[in-house]
Structure formats: structure tokens, C-alpha cells
Design a binder for this molecule. Structure first.
Ligand code: ADP
Length: 490
């Protein structure tokens, strides 16, 4: 019986999950990955620790499942996106710590760049110029680590996001590749042509010799050196975490979409074989690619589950995130209270870094239950803003929204999401969709599954939430939210 392993390297931990040929998870293991904050706004990780955490969790997951690497048909890799690593191709040593996607060290430079080249870069990449993406991080390493630029020009240094780094390690330095979904987050990749773009390489001053070969998300790119896991396991799937989650939600066709409710939210809508151009300041991206190129639009909410953590850690009105559900349901509504958790500004579609959070509509009758309810509702309202922008871009209404991430276990939130969106919310049986997507990609490339139809066949729903609220009530609440947003941007 063939098994698959998904290596899911996230921002806070590296996880490994073993799946059987019905796509069922059999064993999970994880190891923490530390972030370091050497200056205000800087975020770094140790590339060696990322590798060790990943390989050790993979070995333990195999042991927990009671199988060996010889039983694996293939490995799929999914990763925190944009995080930038530069290493020496001869020694295998990184020349600097990994610069994590959250790191803001290049923000000022990017602001200037946005003024001079913003439109041109968006036209080529589908992205909005920001320190978040890899290109300015690579440039920072080349400019600031002594001697590095010369070595990069001479072809001695390699760049990779975390997918590329792990594959290079797994193959003993034999394979230097990335997939289209990760490439499309670097800001060096032309989303239209599907290749590294000379104009962008020039703008960011990055030598082409450093860049990995771009491959599809589902193909065998090489094999693990047997010493690592105990057999030469084919590496057969690669996708950045959000695109892997879209795939793991079986969103294989245009119009299908998912929202991940974690610390923040990430919503992606599959838009088919043509490059989307957003009129509502969403990002265009490559979706995971099995055969022909596929595209998606993406929007992010910075503070979602993190607002629930704030209720717990800063206000102390709940002891656990899970308690927020019963507390919110202890009142019939928020009694006019709105909470906008713009703690770090607002993301899509507002893109307002100056906005700050507001709590409005308070009266002497406001209780902690109203505040907890308003906080959960804010996650659903922000999601409606993203989904409305996606629908406006695509000209089509969503049939349903598939959901995953830690906060989806909150049934109040899911029902309110269905109500305020006026759309069906679908929660799958396996909400580890990121790892599942990587396993699907690897299983398709190695012939464990014949095609996406077969995968769709065993993809399972846990629960669907149908909208129950009247249209009048929905629009009246929505109007109140828009007023609160205006206050927070004032
Ligand atoms: P991440 O991958 O971003 O770390 P997770 O998917 O693990 O996030 O989800 C954790 C987030 O979900 C936390 O911000 C937490 O506050 C929130 N969360 C967890 N359980 C609940 C719940 N029952 N209700 C609301 N929010 C929750």
C-alpha cells in the first residue's frame, strides 16, 4: 500500500504528516522553529534549525505511522512563503540568517521603489510592492553581507525560499528548484510568462545565476539522499502554504475558494487559466500547477485569530480562545458594539498602514460578552470585505466558501460568517489542508491517484453552515461595520 509524506514547514513549526492512499492522515509530528528579533521590525530564523526541525519531525512521523521510507511513494513539500535564504553552493552554509516574510527591514526602500516602479512591478508580478516579498530581502543580503555580491555574481551562491532550501538539503545539494506558486511570491517572477523576469532582476539587482529552476507543483524533481529518511524517496510535490491549502481544499476549478482562519486570514479564489488583474487591490498569484498554468487572486487580513488572543492575553476576558464561542453566544447580539482589530493597519482591500483599531458603540450596558462577540464578528466582516472584492474582480458570486485553520472550530464564528456573507460555509473533515494539498500534489505526480477527480472523490466535508439571517438584518449589520471602518481610518 503506498503512503505519502507531507513536509509542512511553517513559520512557527515544521510538521510532517503521513497519509494513506485514501488521503487519510495516519501520523503527525512537529518540531518548533524559533524566530529571532535582532532589531525592531526584523525577523530572522536559522536555516539549519529549519532543516533539522523538518527532517527530525519527518523521521518521527514515519516511526509513529509504523512504516519506513521504503513504503513512501513520494514526498510533498509546503512552506512559509517569501522567507529568503542565500547559501554557498559548495559548503552548503547559509551566508546570513533566513529573512522571514514578516521582516520589515526593507520597508523604507520598498516605499521609495513603489513610487518609482510600483505600477511596472505590479503589471509584471501581480503583486503590490512591499517588504513582504523575497526580492528586496535578497537585495538586502547582497548589499549588506560583506563579499556576498561578488560570490553571487561568480555563481557561487544560491537563493531559495524554504521549499528550495529543503529540497536542496534532501537531495544532498543535487537539485535547486522551486515551483510556480513559490516563484510567484518572490517579486522576480513574471506571472504572465512564467519565468524569471530580466527587468525585475535589474530593478532588484539580483544575479540570475542565484535563482532556482522553476518547475510545476506536481512532478518528480529528484530523490532524497537515502541517508536522510532511510530510502531514496521521490520529491514529487511543491507549493507555498496558501496555494497548497487551496489545493488541499480541492479548489481545482475557477470560482472555488478557501479562507484560512489563523492568526490572520488568507483568502484565495481559483480564477482558472488566465491571469487575473485585480481592480480592488488584491494580489494575483499562480495557483499550484499540475499540468497547465492556473491562477488565483489572494487577499489577507492581518489580525483575525490574533484578536481572540488579544481578548485572552491583554483584556483577560477569556482564559482560552475556545471560550470565546460560549461567551459570544450568551448574548443575542453585540448591542451595537463593533470592534475593528486594525492593530497593525488594514490589509486588502484598504491597504491602510496608518489605520488603528477601534471599539465603538459602547454604552453602560456593554458587557465582556458583547465585546467578545464583536471581536469574533470582526473576523467575519473582514472576510466579507475580501470576498466582496474577489467577487467584484471576477464578476461572479461565490457558490460557497471552504474554510480551514485553527479558528474554524468556532461554530458561532462559522455560522455568523455564513450569515454575513450570505453564502454557504464548508468545513472539511481534515482542516490540515496545507499538508493535505502537498500530499495530493505528490500523490498525483507519483501515480498514487489518477487525477483530480479521484482526489475530489475522497475529499470529505465535516459540516456545512447555511446562511439563516434575513437580507435586511445582514445589510443593516454590514452598514454598521462600514461606519466603524470609517472611524478607524479617520
Ligand atoms: P497559525 O497557523 O496562524 O498559528 P492556527 O491555524 O493554529 O494559526 O490558529 C490559531 C489562531 O486561531 C489563534 O490566533 C487563536 O486565537 C485562534 N483560535 C483558536 N481556537 C479558536 C476558537 N475556538 N475560537 C476563535 N479563535 C480561535
Amino acid at each position: 500500500m503506498p503512503f505519502l509524506i507531507a513536509l509542512d514547514e511553517g513559520t512557527t513549526s515544521a510538521r510532517a504528516i503521513i497519509y494513506n492512499e485514501r488521503g487519510e492522515a495516519l501520523a503527525v509530528d512537529s518540531a518548533p522553529v524559533e524566530s529571532h528579533y535582532p532589531h525592531s521590525g526584523w525577523v530572522e530564523q536559522d536555516p539549519e534549525q529549519i532543516w533539522q526541525a523538518q527532517i527530525e519531525s519527518a523521521r518521527r512521523a514515519l516511526a509513529k505511522a509504523g512504516i519506513t521510507a521504503k513504503d513512501l511513494a513520494g514526498a510533498g513539500i509546503t512552506n512559509q512563503r517569501e522567507t529568503t535564504i542565500v547559501w554557498d553552493r559548495h559548503s552548503g552554509k547559509a551566508v546570513a540568517p533566513a529573512i522571514v516574510w514578516q521582516c520589515r527591514r526593507t520597508a523604507a526602500w520598498c516605499q521609495e521603489l513603489a513610487k518609482s516602479h510600483g505600477e511596472e512591478i505590479t503589471e509584471r508580478t501581480g503583486l503590490i510592492v512591499d517588504a513582504y516579498f523575497s526580492a528586496s530581502k535578497i537585495r538586502w543580503i547582497l548589499e549588506n553581507v560583506p563579499g556576498v555580491r561578488e560570490r553571487a555574481e561568480a555563481g557561487d551562491l544560491l537563493f531559495g525560499n524554504v521549499d528550495t532550501w529543503l529540497i536542496w538539503k534532501l537531495t544532498g545539494g543535487a537539485v535547486h528548484v522551486t515551483d510556480v506558486s513559490n516563484a510567484s511570491r518572490t517579486m522576480l517572477y513574471n506571472i504572465e510568462t512564467g519565468a524569471w523576469d530580466d527587468t525585475l532582476l535589474k530593478i532588484f539587482d539580483v544575479p540570475r545565476a542565484m535563482l532556482p529552476k522553476i518547475v510545476r507543483s506536481s512532478e518528480i524533481v529528484g530523490s532524497c539522499v537515502s541517508g536522510h529518511l532511510g530510502a531514496a524517496v521521490p520529491i514529487a510535490g511543491i507549493a507555498g502554504d496558501q496555494q497548497a491549502a487551496l489545493f488541499g481544499q480541492a479548489c481545482f476549478r475557477p470560482g472555488l475558494s478557501k479562507n484560512t482562519y489563523g492568526t490572520g486570514c488568507f483568502a484565495l479564489m481559483h480564477t482558472g487559466a488566465h491571469r487575473p488583474v485585480s481592480k480592488n487591490r488584491l494580489l494575483a498569484t499562480r495557483a499550484a500547477q499540475v499540468s497547465d498554468p492556473q491562477f488565483a487572486v489572494e487577499g489577507a487580513i492581518f489580525v483575525a485569530g490574533a484578536a481572540v488572543q488579544w481578548l485572552r492575553d491583554k483584556l483577560g476576558i477569556i482564559q482560552t480562545a475556545g471560550e470565546s464561542e460560549a461567551l459570544a453566544e450568551s448574548v443575542p447580539n453585540t448591542n451595537g458594539v463593533y470592534m475593528v482589530p486594525a492593530f497593525v493597519g488594514l490589509g486588502a482591500p484598504h491597504w491602510d498602514s496608518e489605520a488603528r483599531g477601534v471599539l465603538t458603540g459602547l454604552t453602560g450596558a456593554t458587557t465582556r460578552a458583547h465585546i467578545a462577540r464583536a471581536t469574533l464578528e470582526s473576523i467575519a466582516y473582514q472576510t466579507r470585505e475580501l470576498i466582496s472584492a474577489m467577487e467584484a474582480d471576477s464578476g461572479e458570486a461565490l457558490a460557497e466558501l471552504r474554510v480551514d485553520g485553527g479558528a474554524t472550530c468556532n461554530n458561532f464564528l462559522m455560522q455568523f460568517q455564513a450569515d454575513i456573507l450570505g453564502r454557504r460555509i464548508v468545513r472539511p473533515a481534515d482542516i490540515e489542508t496545507t499538508a493535505l494539498g502537498a500530499a495530493y500534489l505528490a500523490g498525483l505526480a507519483t501515480g498514487v491517484w489518477s487525477g483530480s477527480e479521484e482526489v475530489e472523490h475522497f475529499w470529505r466535508i465535516d459540516r456545512a453552515f447555511e446562511p439563516k439571517m434575513s437580507a435586511d438584518q445582514r445589510e443593516s449589520l454590514w452598514h454598521g461595520w462600514q461606519t466603524a471602518i470609517r472611524k478607524c481610518r479617520a
